[in-house]
Design a protein around this ligand. Structure first.
Ligand code: NI
Ligand code: MN
Length: 226
């Protein structure tokens, strides 16, 4: 399996047979190395409805007939936009042919702003546990620190965790480092920073605070080494 980071919260997972994109925010993402025209995902996993996570999902999904997996209300909305969707919700897991997806809680908001400045309610935000080829990845989405991260780590041994460190909208470096002590992943990759002025961070500040996990600070396009 190949796991790569592409700026902000964009993660690409390539298994033997499938390419999975998480939160494919490409256009408008000054931190990404990706181009919409060059991406051919089989699957798109979404944590929540904010535009910096849904990103280019509709175009990518239609162009590639990709399956979009999202929290129920967001999946309904994207289904109305013509996407092929699979609705899920927090606490639920499902075994797909490309791997197992389980939604975890996230303390955040979830709505989508249309180009007419309408706000579409998109349900509860989530995090995602993805397991394939005996590797479990946790993408926290956007979230505050919460105590039940300990439960998530106990119930699902995590190989690679992607945690937001940007502060302002999500955990900052200190809370994210504490989250690592609860989740106990083998490898942790900081995400959701430096994209916008309020979330500028030095990821080394996070790395210096983490104990008990291998921190891998990835530049856009770099892969997790495991
Ligand atoms: Ni958000
Ligand atoms: Mn966000």
């Amino acid at each position: 399996m190949r796991i790569s980071f592409h700026g902000h919260s964009v993660v690409k997972i390539q298994t033997n047979k499938h390419t999975i994109l998480i939160d494919p925010f490409i256009n408008g993402n000054g931190q990404t190395d990706l181009q919409v025209e060059q991406e051919n995902p089989d699957v798109i996993l979404l944590t929540h409805g904010h535009n910096d996570h849904v990103g280019d999902t509709v175009e990518l999904a239609k162009k590639n007939d990709a399956l979009v997996v999202a929290p129920n209300e967001l999946a309904n909305y994207l289904g109305w936009q013509g996407c092929r969707v699979h609705n899920m919700h927090i606490g639920g897991a499902y075994n797909f042919d490309f791997g197992k997806v389980k939604y975890t809680q996230a303390f955040h908001g979830s709505s989508y702003v249309t180009d007419k400045n309408e706000i579409i309610y998109t349900g509860m935000p989530g995090g995602i546990l993805f397991t394939a080829e005996d590797v479990t990845i946790y993408h926290a989405g956007d979230t505050a620190l919460f105590g039940d991260m300990e439960l998530i780590g106990k119930r699902h041994p995590i190989d690679v965790a992607f945690l937001p460190i940007g502060d302002n909208f999500t955990m900052g470096p200190e809370d994210a480092a504490y989250a690592v002590s609860l989740l106990k992943p083998k490898i942790v990759v900081p995400i959701h920073y430096n994209t916008f002025p309020p979330i500028v961070q030095d990821p080394n500040d996070f790395a210096n605070l983490v104990e008990g996990a291998d921190v891998q600070i990835l530049k856009p396009g770099e892969e997790v080494n495991f």
